[in-house]
Design a protein around this ligand. Structure first.
Ligand code: PEP
Ligand code: CO
Length: 395
């Protein structure tokens, strides 16, 4: 097994300043002794499904939290999220005629990259920013914001509980026609955690056993930094976010490092350019890659390039911006003879009001009333259904 790094990574962005390195070391030793959370065979199945999606024979719908809370692992919450995901996927299949691969942003989405390391409260107090439940807590106090290594063990336990509930759900439905399993994906941000859960894959290599699909965020995808090297070292299907600022040369290097020509679907490029950049931005990426992109699964994240601040100071997104990015994504791929392979959405299973329908509503200074996200604004079930069915109609 690859040795776990016991020093803070020097060439990795967005790593917490852990409160105790001795405790971190103990926690990592405990994690190294734990059972894998997902098995390597399921990861390989997902790679094959992503490969089919890259050929236009299936479509991957990934939906769920921006930032999962540990409290979300209560069985009734997990089941409500699974129902929401599978309901969206069924609608997608009905509207498109394509099999839908179902993946949550779930069972490990406990760590967040942040634009600033600190936040200033209205009274002037400066606190470390909330980085997800695997690191600290969102309450605005110094104590809550301390980065506690013990939270990595809690992340493992909550992911385990979530995956068990999903597994039992999927098994319970296995007698029914065409059961579809629930895959779990999250951003592989906390390198110590991810590396401590690397296990032999039974095929001569190693895989990240923390989730089926692991992605690298737009802030941590530097080809010579450790997140990308981690992704290159594991056999899971991996994704890399590609934002509007991604240098084309870096994207080519990433594809060379992470794509496997013999395993279509091994690499997903998750494009998140924003509604105004998607068409020129994706066109430039496709031109730069040319034939080197064969077998890459092109996934659209229409959320993260379209985040605005509304008149009440809340982070917000407009569904019409989300749709405009999806339309640009689909038409650009089609113009290059390629297939859209999937969609990654931030969704809630309850009727939140975190996204608005049209950009005009962003001007309102009245705070959106049901704003419950621990991080970015999520689509409500109604909004998610609209996005999914309108996307299906574009394919
Ligand atoms: C995310 O997917 O939650 C995220 C932070 O995205 P990005 O890395 O694209 O900003
Ligand atoms: Co987000």
């Amino acid at each position: 097994m690859t040795a776990t790094r016991l020093l803070l990574p020097t060439r990795a962005q967005q790593q917490p300043e852990w409160a105790s390195l001795d405790e971190l070391k103990d926690v990592l030793h405990s994690l190294e002794a734990k059972s894998p959370l997902v098995d390597a065979t399921a990861c390989a199945h997902l790679t094959a499904e992503l490969g089919r999606a890259a050929q236009g024979e299936a479509f991957v719908l990934q939906a769920g939290e921006c930032a999962e809370r540990f409290s979300d692992s209560a069985p009734e919450t997990v089941l409500a999220k699974a129902d929401e995901l599978h309901g969206l996927a069924d609608e997608f299949t009905d509207a498109s005629g394509l099999p839908t691969v179902r993946m949550g942003r779930i069972a490990g989405q406990y760590a967040k990259p942040r634009s600033k390391p600190t936040e200033t409260l209205p009274d002037g107090t400066v606190l470390p920013v909330y980085r997800g439940d695997a690191v600290n807590a969102p309450e605005p106090t110094q104590a809550a914001r301390a980065a506690l290594p013990s939270r990595l063990l809690m992340a493992y336990r909550n992911a385990d509980a979530t995956l068990s509930t999903l597994f039992e759900r999927d098994m319970g439905l296995a007698g029914r026609a065409a059961p579809q399993r629930t895959y779990a994906g999250h951003e592989a941000l906390l390198l110590e955690y991810e590396q401590a859960l690397v296990r032999p894959d039974g095929d001569g290599g190693h895989y990240g056993s923390s989730g089926h699909f692991l992605w690298i965020g737009d802030r941590t995808r530097q080809p010579d930094h450790e997140h990308v090297q981690f992704a290159a070292s594991i056999s899971n299907p991996v994704g890399v976010k590609v934002g509007p600022e991604a240098p084309l040369g870096e994207v080519r290097t990433l594809v060379r490092m992470l794509r496997d020509p013999n395993r279509p679907g091994r690499l997903s490029l998750i494009v998140r350019m924003g509604r105004d950049h998607i068409t020129p931005g994706l066109t430039a990426v496709l031109r730069a890659l040319g034939d080197e992109a064969a077998g890459v699964a092109w996934i659209c994240d229409p959320m993260h390039g379209n985040t605005r601040v509304n008149g009440a100071g809340q982070k917000c997104r407009a569904v019409s911006d989300v749709m405009a990015e999806i339309e640009g994504f689909v038409s650009t791929l089609h113009a290059h003879g390629l297939h859209p392979a999937g969609l990654m959405l931030e969704t809630a299973h309850g009727p939140v009001t975190e996204c608005v329908d049209t950009p005009g509503e962003l001007a309102s200074s009245t705070p959106l009333p049901r704003y419950e996200s621990a991080c970015d604004p999520r689509l409500s079930p109604r909004q998610a259904r609209e996005v999914v069915t309108r996307t299906a109609a574009l394919l």
